[in-house]
Design a protein. Structure first.
Length: 281
């Protein structure tokens, strides 16, 4: 997959003012309505006896893909991508992993290992991690029907988090699933809620160009454990070509007993697997 607009690719060489200006352009270009190519009700996680991960080793190359897809995959199921990263801080490198699934079947796993150009700057994450993620997307042969990111979408100071930025650049439907609340105000208190509970996140004074009635995402309590009293919710926001309501419904449908939805959980595990292989070699 290649970007549809190279002018909007996040450039770590930009000044912070230029980065913020580009984010405002991304927010203007983003679509927060449902324009998916599939019925979102079809997107779900249904493990079967034949569900299994494909295997892949990455040792010498900076980018690698799985050549043979899992033949057990149901081709009628939408293709969902999960994106996450792991960091090799001593080498200043980032491992960007994409796991593609149909239903609960992993059909492909892609990884790109690239250099990190800038440190983490709050609100400008896409300029640190966006280029490496796009490098991994270059190796994808099938366009996902929906892509989930470990990060924010519209729930961002300039309504242009990582999921929105990459979604606009590739023009694909995206969802951001963050572990913490970057901005906005929950409509209800999020503490100690039961699994399945959710509340909308409204824009506040920290969100540019949005009034306080704008719903920029949802807090979703995906899991609670009997042995642990406090599990925080995840924060789900539309990235591009998905509404806030559909984004949280899809996220809930793709959870399977863990806090994180399966697409990003598996991408996280895969990135860590590759990181261990590099350490072992």
């Amino acid at each position: 997959m290649q970007p549809t607009d190279s002018k909007r690719i996040p450039d770590p060489e930009m000044s912070q003012d230029e980065m913020k200006a580009l984010q405002r352009q991304i927010a203007d270009a983003a679509c927060w309505q449902d324009t998916l190519s599939v019925n979102p009700e079809m997107i779900r996680w249904e493990p079967t006896e034949t569900t299994k991960d494909t295997t892949q080793k990455t040792i010498d190359s900076s980018t690698s893909t799985t050549d043979i897809p899992n033949q057990d995959a149901d081709e009628t199921q939408p293709l969902v991508a999960g994106v996450d990263q792991a960091f090799r801080t001593e080498q200043s490198e980032v491992i960007s992993a994409i796991v593609l699934t149909r239903g609960a079947t992993v059909v492909d796993r892609i990884v790109a290992v690239t250099d990190l150009s800038i440190p983490y700057i709050p609100g400008l994450l896409s300029f640190r991690e966006g280029g490496p993620i796009l490098a991994a997307f270059e190796e994808i042969s099938q366009k996902p029907d929906i892509t989930m990111f470990d990060g924010s979408g519209r729930m961002h100071y300039r309504q242009a988090g990582l999921a929105t930025h990459i979604g606009v650049v590739l023009d694909i439907p995206t969802i951001g699933v963050a572990k913490s609340l970057l901005c906005g105000t929950p409509e209800s208190d999020t503490a100690q809620r039961p699994a399945g509970w959710q509340t909308q996140i409204n824009a506040d004074e920290t969100v540019e160009d949005a009034d306080t009635e704008t719903v920029i995402g949802h807090a979703l309590q995906t899991r609670q454990y009997d042995s642990r009293k406090i599990i925080n919710p995840v924060y789900v926001s539309p990235g591009h070509r998905v509404s806030a309501t559909t984004a949280v419904k899809i996220t809930q449908a793709l959870c399977d007993g863990y806090k994180l939805p399966e697409p990003t959980r598996r991408a996280d595990a895969y990135a860590d697997e590759i990181k261990r292989e590099y350490s072992d070699n």
